[in-house]
Design a binder for this molecule. Structure first.
Ligand code: NG1
Ligand code: ZN
Length: 547
């Protein structure tokens, strides 16, 4: 029919590059931008089909996050604002790797039948966004053509946005709420303002510095923070590496660089010693903090694990204030607070969280796994050590809190319990419910530090990180390594885990694991031990066995 003819014609304009096999990994498809247009075109088709299937708005984001500027990538946001359902990933893989237009159309017809996708019943809408990469413009055009080749699908270009902004917009649209950028900025600044108003009076304001200095990775995050700043009171933000002064995206800057290298990003130096600084990644879904040390270029890194710990501590405190009242009233709500980490979480953070009496769960690397686990709780907090994470509130719990607040208005207006409820409600609005968001995470950190009157140093002292080292080993076929137990155990090649265990046993507080990357052709090696030297040695010796 007509649909098939349109698809065939459009697909023939986007031939697949020879000799590359793509896979929809932990962050969608990623590769050198020059080979991606057919992939992005095909993901456009996939997004349109997903929208038809779910009868909801779908998102398509063009970004390669913290990768170098010449790379790019594409990923799909599901109706909830979360990642594309894992059930569709094999379809994404086969679409991306279809050899020609005929093959592609055959796959689509098959899939449409299998999924019982109805055409022409209702229209489909896809929100398209991209980061600041120069290749993004033409790739976005390819995505549009993919979408337009599905009859009844409409592409809405939201322009240059952070990844979390796009996910937030998709979620908001599907909830029938305002989904503009202005609405996003308003929600963040209003809920931040709420938390400021609810600060304990006795907090000594001068314990911490009002000023925060932010490394924008020369990407979209710095740009957006410049705008968001205008909506904020009680906070001074100095933004560097905003990309305006010609710096290169992610080159010697950004959260990934700072976290992995543990040195100051470009644009920071001796004048910044002791200051509270934060770093965003290229698409602003990762956040780390750091404090510049007087020793050349060195920093105290305050990573995702410590952000998680700060959030967990604050939420736990608010819950215990609330629960006090609950117990008295004998109508307590047994709030389930869960923490989700990956094997990359520093062992010291896990110990700290467990000592707080919290339930800590582990999942494989990749936001989709962490997010899914966190969603099982009333409040689920998840973070990767690299700074990607958020706090999920169940709808049931949020409505309970809202009801509670109305009750307080009648019985104990202005009580500590009501304040705790209002703070939790504000956090649920401030923190992005769709995906980890550096901008909203940053505002929550800033709000909690002000609430507690803490300096970055005080925060950093929650626990001391165990020395760790990450290495990557280039291999011919990374799929040869298969892991289990949230990636902590190697199942294949057989025998390798025994060797890792033997190496690890040589080091006090030693811990080590390997896994295939989902975004690069490498095997990653992680090691932790009681000294930096021991961690380096353990990582090196494990890496040798991978080769
Ligand atoms: P891979 O390449 O699968 O390790 C990396 C990060 C993930 C996640 C994704 C997506 C590490 C060790 N891995 O995945 O946590 O952020 O990129 O960006 O940091
Ligand atoms: Zn990112």
């Amino acid at each position: 029919e007509q649909q098939i003819a349109i698809l065939l014609e459009a697909a023939s304009r986007f031939p697949r590059p020879q000799g590359v096999k793509l896979s929809y990994g932990t962050a969608g498809f990623r590769a050198d931008a020059s080979i991606l247009s057919s992939t992005v075109f095909r993901v456009g088709i996939l997004a349109a089909l997903r929208s038809l299937k779910t009868q909801a708005v779908i998102g398509l984001m063009i970004t390669a996050s913290h990768n170098q500027v010449s790379d790019n990538g594409v990923k799909v946001a599901d109706p909830s604002g979360g990642m594309l359902t894992q059930e569709w990933e094999p379809f994404a893989d086969s679409l991306a790797n279809a050899i020609d237009a005929e093959d592609l159309v055959r796959l689509i017809i098959e899939f449409v039948k299998k999924e019982n996708i109805q055409f022409g019943v209702k229209s489909a809408e896809i929100l398209l966004g991209r980061d600041t990469r120069p290749s993004g413009e033409s790739l976005l055009e390819a995505a549009k053509q993919g979408i337009n080749s599905i009859v009844g699908a409409v592409a809405t270009d939201v322009g240059v946005v952070t990844t979390p902004q796009l996910h937030w917009m998709v979620r908001s649209r599907n909830k029938g709420m305002q989904a503009s950028e202005a609405a996003y900025f308003e929600q963040l600044s209003n809920s931040f303002g709420c938390l400021m108003d609810l600060k304990p009076k006795e907090t000594t304001a001068n314990v911490m510095d009002d000023k925060l200095t932010v490394d924008g990775a020369n990407g979209v995050g710095g740009e957006k923070l410049e705008e968001l700043k205008n909506f904020l009171k009680e906070i001074v933000i100095d933004i560097r590496n905003s990309g305006k002064k010609g710096g290169v995206l992610n080159e010697g800057v950004g959260a990934d660089y700072v976290q992995k290298e543990k040195v100051v990003p470009h644009g920071f130096g001796p004048n910044d010693v002791g200051m509270r600084c934060a770093s965003l990644d290229g698409d602003a879904d990762r956040l780390v903090y750091f404090r510049v040390l007087s020793e050349s270029n060195k920093i105290d890194l305050v990573d995702g694990d410590k952000i998680l710990s700060l959030f967990a501590l604050f939420i736990q405190e608010q819950l215990s204030i609330l629960n006090k009242e609950n117990m008295e009233a004998k109508n307590g709500y047994p709030v389930r607070l869960g923490i989700v980490q990956t094997a990359y979480a520093n062992g010291a953070s896990t110990d700290y969280l467990k000592k707080l009496g919290l339930e800590v769960m582990f999942t494989p690397t990749g936001v989709k796994y962490l997010h899914e686990k966190a969603a099982e709780y009333d409040i689920g907090i998840y973070f990767e050590a690299n700074g990607h994470g958020t706090i999920l509130f169940s709808e049931h719990f949020v409505s309970w809190l809202e009801g509670k607040n109305i009750e307080f208005d009648k019985t104990s207006k202005g009580s500590e319990q009501q304040k705790a409820a209002l703070r939790l409600l504000a956090v649920s609005k401030l923190i992005n419910q769709a995906v980890g968001d550096a901008l909203s995470g940053l505002l929550l950190v800033e709000a909690i530090l002000r609430h507690k009157g803490w300096s970055i140093q005080r925060w950093n002292e929650l626990y001391q990180d165990l020395p760790s080292r990450q290495l990557k080993v280039k291999v011919a076929d990374r799929t040869a390594v298969v892991t289990a137990n949230a990636e902590t155990v190697v199942v294949k090649p057989s025998g390798l885990q025994k060797v890792i265990d033997a190496e690890t046993a040589k080091y006090p507080q030693g811990r080590s694991f390997i896994r295939p990357s989902g975004t690069e052709d490498v095997i990653r090696v992680y090691a932790e031990a009681s000294t930096q030297e021991a961690a380096e040695n353990l990582a090196k010796s494990v890496a040798q066995h991978v080769d």
